[in-house]
Design a protein around this ligand. Structure first.
Ligand code: SF4
Length: 417
């Protein structure tokens, strides 16, 4: 906590905390934004996994139908008054379990395509239980090009610790691959109690051998509001596992595409979080604009009521100071292991070297950054530092934010120090 506060104060050059304010939201000003991505949250699951912190509820047919109606309304509300179609980089469906609304995805995509031209791919997160010929065919017909499978582990004992049962996951990965999506991502969790480096390495190999083009390996984080019987391994063990995993992936000749993702060379990347700006639709979805960050309500009932009343379902808005926006940009760029000074200047209106010249110089000297082709690349040393910071930040900021949002549909304000 102290570490995040000190870093925030130093990097933003201010004691001003991040203040998320409740209250009505003005139309989203996105028309002039470059590299805009889209995200849609589908919050329904067949069963609720104990480790999962995301906004989700048990599937209910009527609720899902009402939710779809509300989603379509939100899309119309958010795009009201815009005539020309806006070009966007990509569209991602996350959750929850988007496949539980498989027959609705096409309608949602069509609604978005009336207002946006999707230049890149369309991605969907899938639970392995939902992988079937029928689902994959429907995804293809809907225009989906990228699939991310929430396998978490191929090892039965590890899955059991997460409250999941095994389900022929390797077969599921192979089936997805046979359908020829541009990206087959496999999500894995590391630092599960009892999990060794060998078990994790076997998971990685199984994923790639079964046809994954990318693996996303997330450290097990024990959110305060999760219901984990088993707790994650220590920070020290996590770091050791990440180090060994990185070396192992190098031996497989796959590229490190972010701090926690590895992909086969020459393949597309599945990444819903590393966009410069994005619009989010649905409960708990976030939108990142030029100078603000917005979060939708986490309550499905309040979400439906709000859009029925003709208002956007935003529950909280953070109006960035320039330095806060810069820190946000740098944080997510660093996750992708590359900082692009041109993009920074385009979004912030100030050269990166002018704002953080000393820090860049020092980071290069200390071996955290190296300059290549006009970009700053994070070294492995920096990636481990980031890995630690990200988890501290998740505990101090995201855990608090999500915990309050889960209990209050429209909080008055949240202050993150
Ligand atoms: S891990 Fe996936 S299936 Fe499990 S509760 Fe979370 S969103 Fe639902």
């Amino acid at each position: 906590m102290l570490l995040t506060s000190l870093m925030r104060i130093y990097l933003t050059r201010s004691f001003k905390p991040f203040v998320f304010k409740g209250g009505a939201c003005k139309p989203l000003d996105y028309e002039n934004l470059a590299d805009l991505g889209l995200y849609v949250h589908i919050p329904f699951c067949r069963s609720l996994c104990s480790f999962c912190p995301y906004c989700k509820v048990m599937y209910d047919k009527q609720k899902a139908s009402d939710y779809k109606t509300a989603l379509l309304k939100e899309i119309e509300l958010a795009t009201e008054g815009t005539d020309a179609k806006k070009e966007v980089t990509s569209l991602y469906f996350g959750g929850g379990t988007p496949a539980l609304m498989i027959d609705d995805l096409k309608d949602i995509i069509n609604a978005l395509q009336r207002h946006f031209t999707i230049r890149g791919g369309i991605g969907v997160e899938l639970h392995p239980d939902d992988v079937s010929e029928e689902t994959l065919r429907k995804l293809k017909q809907a225009g989906v090009t990228m699939v991310s499978l929430g396998i978490q582990s191929f090892n039965e004992a590890c899955l059991g610790k997460l409250g999941r049962r095994s389900n022929d996951s390797a077969v599921k990965v192979r089936l997805v691959r046979e359908y020829g999506f541009d990206v087959t991502d496999v999500d894995l969790i590391f630092a599960i109690p009892g999990q060794t480096h060998e078990i994790l390495a076997k998971d990685v190999k199984t994923a790639f051998d079964s046809g994954a083009t990318q693996i996303s390996t997330y450290p097990f984080i024990d959110f305060t509001f999760a219901d984990n019987t088993y707790k994650p391994l220590s920070q020290k063990k996590k770091k050791q596992m990440l180090k060994k995993l990185t070396a192992y992936c190098r031996s497989l000749q796959v590229d490190r595409t972010s701090v926690w993702t590895f992909a086969k060379p020459g393949t597309e990347k599945y990444s819903s979080v590393t966009r410069d700006t994005f619009l989010g639709f649905g409960v708990s979805a976030t939108s990142l604009l030029k100078d603000s960050f917005k979060i939708n309500t986490f309550s499905i009932e309040s979400y439906i009521d709000r859009v029925d009343a003709g208002a956007l379902p935003t529950s909280l808005t953070l109006h960035f100071t320039q330095r806060q926006r810069a820190v946000y940009f740098l944080f997510w760029s660093a996750y992708g292991m590359k900082i692009d000074p041109r993009k920074f200047e385009k979004i912030l209106g100030v050269p990166l070297s002018q704002m953080y010249g000393v820090e860049l110089w020092l980071s290069e000297k200390l071996g955290y950054l190296r300059k290549k082709d006009g970009l700053y690349e994070l070294t492995e040393k920096a990636a481990y530092f980031y890995h630690t910071i990200e988890q501290v930040y998740t505990t101090a900021y995201i855990d608090k934010m999500w915990n309050i949002s889960r209990n209050q549909p429209f909080p008055e304000q949240i202050i993150l120090k």
